[in-house]
Write a protein that binds this ligand. Structure first.
Ligand code: AMP
Length: 542
């Protein structure tokens, strides 16, 4: 028997309408790259979303299901795009500006973006590949001066696009399972894969993160969204701020520690998100130059890479600011777990509590986790037995966009994360290693396999194996171990950096090289990365 409850679609429109009805007075503040500050209200943003929906429909010929790309930092117009595009039934495809031109070209052609909204400061990155983009009909320039010049074809200024549009727009009736957003993973060895979020998954993810056991957001908060809007919808924060009535502060490209501290001070921010590298930088800068007055910042939520216990401890001891550790993936919308102390932990020592908080944490309601060992059995929840972390839930990917990537899913419907973890008896998950052969540096992925193939194309190199090593600032960085064709050959590190810069962007290129006689191999002849890591940690890799 079915329940007798209305079938009320959970869509991003309902989030926008709610934010406008209840919290129209709440603020959206942007700090632009030129140092200027822009402030408006949820209510103003709401009206501009409707103008945008009209412009998309009437001026740009966008219809339901079309892909609309964004190539932009965090700011008010980017939030308008999240709501305006999905509100009229199209899909907001946020393109990661940090990928290589080759990957960006692939992503835009694969998703078939019809229009791209691009920040003026990022235009040069698109100009290089524009002739190769097969489906893009218009480029809409955001924050561009009137006399801005570009070689991009068919450009319009964002403000001109909205200028003569009506603020009346009736949202179409959408199915909650319709797609609303698209984000590509960048962590793969092959081409990036698209994850297509639905209205329902987006709504449920955002409402869940608000709760006190999770992100703990309310209408008393002012939240700084440091996670870029081109990274998994800024972890759903533009949605949860409207639902919780939190003021939203957007830093655009002002991501240097000093710039972040300035914004935290000026806007009296009390909650924020970001990858560990950002918070390591902010902590170091605050240590060097302690703020005269205590910041309003109470909590920063960290994910993307492991939050070091020492950072949680340092921030809290020195500045009274709490670090909250979370884990997630592009494939999980992204948030899957969060680590918070429970009432039953109160009797533990401070150090024991820190140990719990440094774990990746417990699953959110709506997410299930399990660990599968190498022999295919389910690991006990003993906090010791390691295996691959698998996940399922209301905002976990069910298949990749346009790709039959069966190997990422189990027959009984779980998503294989590629993270090697444990789960303890209280459900706290801890990441121990990574099965996928990748390095995550400053929150961005580097494919070790791609680096190895590129290095092995060098005439003087016979074999190259790349591993992740830890780094204070970037959490991880690549180290390349090289076997030369002729032992007596010499290659300068600078020569290799120059060689790799043809195919890789700067942050992806290893700065550390060691020269070895042979790469250790597994029984089937594959590079034995575990062994290379062991040799490195024991100082024997040379
Ligand atoms: P992405 O899809 O780029 O968001 O990357 C997801 C991956 O980042 C996960 O599968 C993990 O390998 C890694 N990751 C995310 N959060 C954490 C965390 N808190 N600790 C360690 N690794 C993390």
């Amino acid at each position: 028997m079915e329940g007798l409850i209305m079938d009320y679609p959970l869509t991003t429109n309902t989030i926008l309408e709610y934010g406008n009805n209840v919290y129209h007075h709440k603020k959206i503040i942007t700090h632009l790259p030129d140092g200027t500050r822009h402030e408006y209200r949820f209510g103003d943003m709401y009206k501009r979303c409707k103008k945008l929906a009209n412009a998309l429909t009437r001026k740009l010929g966008i219809t339901k299901g079309d892909m609309v790309g964004t190539f932009a930092w965090n700011h008010g117009p980017h939030v308008e795009l999240y709501y305006g595009v999905s509100g009229m039934g199209a899909v907001c495809h946020t393109i990661n500006i940090r990928l290589s031109s080759h990957q960006i070209e692939y992503i835009i052609n694969n998703s078939e973006d019809k229009v791209i909204f691009v920040d003026a400061t990022l235009v040069p990155l698109l100009e290089k590949i524009a002739p190769l983009l097969e489906t893009v009909e218009y480029y809409i320039l955001i924050n561009a001066a009137e006399d801005f010049t570009t070689t991009l074809p068919n450009t319009l200024h964002y403000e001109d696009l909205l200028a003569d549009q009506s603020e009346d727009f009736e949202w179409p009736t959408l199915n909650e399972n319709d797609a609303c957003g698209l984000c590509y993973t960048s962590g793969t060895t092959g081409f990036p894969k698209g994850v297509l979020y639905s209205h329902r998954s987006t709504f449920l993810h955002a409402t869940t993160i608000i709760s006190p056991n999770a992100g703990n957001f309310s209408n008393r908060d002012t939240v700084l969204l440091i996670v870029p809007q081109f990274h998994v919808m800024a972890w759903g924060f533009p949605y949860l701020c409207l639902l919780s009535g939190s003021n939203m502060v957007l830093p655009s490209s002002n991501l240097q520690p000093e710039a972040i501290i300035k914004i935290l001070k000026e806007e009296k921010v009390n909650k924020a998100n970001g990858v560990p590298t950002i918070w390591l930088g902010v902590y170091d800068a605050m240590k060097m130059n302690p703020p005269k007055e205590k910041l309003a910042l109470e909590e920063y939520i960290v994910g993307g890479s492991a939050l070091p216990k020492s950072l949680i401890e340092g921030f809290e001891k020195d500045f009274g600011i709490r670090g909250v550790h979370a884990w997630g993936m592009t494939e999980t919308s992204p948030l899957g777990t969060v680590s918070r102390i429970q009432s039953k932990h109160e009797r533990l020592s401070e150090n024991e509590k820190l140990d719990i908080r440094a774990k990746q944490g417990t699953a959110f309601p709506g997410v299930e986790l399990r660990i599968v060992t190498d022999d295919g059995t389910l690991a006990p929840t003993d906090g010791k037995t390691m295996g691959e972390l698998q996940v399922k839930g209301a905002w976990t990917v069910s298949s990749y966009f346009k790709t039959n990537n069966h190997e990422s899913f189990t027959e009984d419907g779980w998503f294989k994360t590629g993270d090697v973890s444990t789960i303890d008896e209280d459900g706290y998950m801890e990441i121990k290693d990574r099965a996928k052969d990748l390095i995550k540096s400053g929150g961005e992925w580097i494919s070790s396999v791609a680096l190895e193939s590129a290095l092995m194309a060098h005439p003087k190199i016979k074999e190259a194996a790349v591993i992740a090593i830890s780094d204070e600032k970037w959490v991880e960085k690549p180290l390349a171990s090289i076997v030369l064709v002729h032992n007596e050959d010499k290659i300068l590190d600078e020569e290799l950096i120059e060689f790799l810069s043809r195919d890789f962007v700067k942050y992806q290129i290893p700065k550390d090289y060691v020269y070895i006689k042979e790469v250790p191999k597994t029984s089937v002849g594959k590079f034995d990365k575990k062994e290379i890591r062991r040799l490195f940690s024991e100082g024997k890799l040379n």
